[in-house]
Design a protein. Structure first.
Length: 208
């Protein structure tokens, strides 16, 4: 039985909590952690978890009954928390975007290799049925050599999705940010990452 800690009790944490609950025979959420400990307690109550709440993730990393952590915090914290968790001998699932720079990503991968633990970055669309079928076809060689690919992704999210709260880097409270969604309801790949907002714009951020 894997002991799980969910670090960050914001908007994306329910997706992780529900996923772990779906595999209750294989894992158990032991701790929910958030700088605002009350938010952690609210998530525990909402999902009726037999878990503890805490405010400092470094404390839970000392526990031997925690084997896996989900990092559901703002993107600029991903690298630090992931590195600490891997060095403490924990498996890590980290939300997208993986980190704020290529250097941080490389450091995270290196720490995973050194620790022998699993580091997994959320990219859920890899596992949808169409993508899995496409991969099977490509792996089989049925389509022959692939020399060009274009993806038209028809996703639409309303204004409410782009109205999110982020924590101030200096801990000076929270500020409301409003981002206008793209005018078109689809994206073409490859895209110019500079025009698309880079890794953060392309993969989104979540409420801390």
């Amino acid at each position: 039985m894997l002991g799980v800690a969910v670090i960050g009790a914001g908007a994306i944490s329910p997706a992780h909590i529900r996923a772990y609950l779906a595999f209750a025979d294989r894992c158990k959420i032991t701790v929910v952690c958030d700088l605002n400990e009350e938010k952690a307690r609210q998530k525990i109550a909402e999902y009726n978890l037999a878990a503890e709440a805490c405010a400092d993730y470094r404390e839970l990393l000392k526990r031997e009954d925690i084997h896996l952590v989900s990092v559901c915090t703002p993107p600029y914290t991903h690298a630090t928390i992931t590195l600490d968790a891997l060095r403490a001998g924990k498996h890590v699932i980290v939300e997208k975007p993986m980190a704020s720079s290529l250097e941080e990503c490389d450091a995270m991968i290196d720490a995973a290799n050194r620790s022998g633990k699993v580091l997994s970055v959320i990219a859920q669309n890899r596992f949808t049925t169409p993508m899995m079928k496409l991969k099977a076809v490509l792996d089989s060689g049925l389509a022959g050599p692939v020399v060009h690919a274009q993806v038209d992704s028809f996703w639409w999210r309303g204004i409410s999705y782009y109205d999110f709260v982020v924590a101030g880097h200096l801990g000076e409270g929270r500020r409301r940010m409003h981002i206008e969604p793209c005018g078109a309801s689809h994206r073409h790949f490859p895209v110019d990452e500079r025009a698309a907002g880079g890794n953060h714009g392309g993969h989104g951020q979540h409420e801390p």
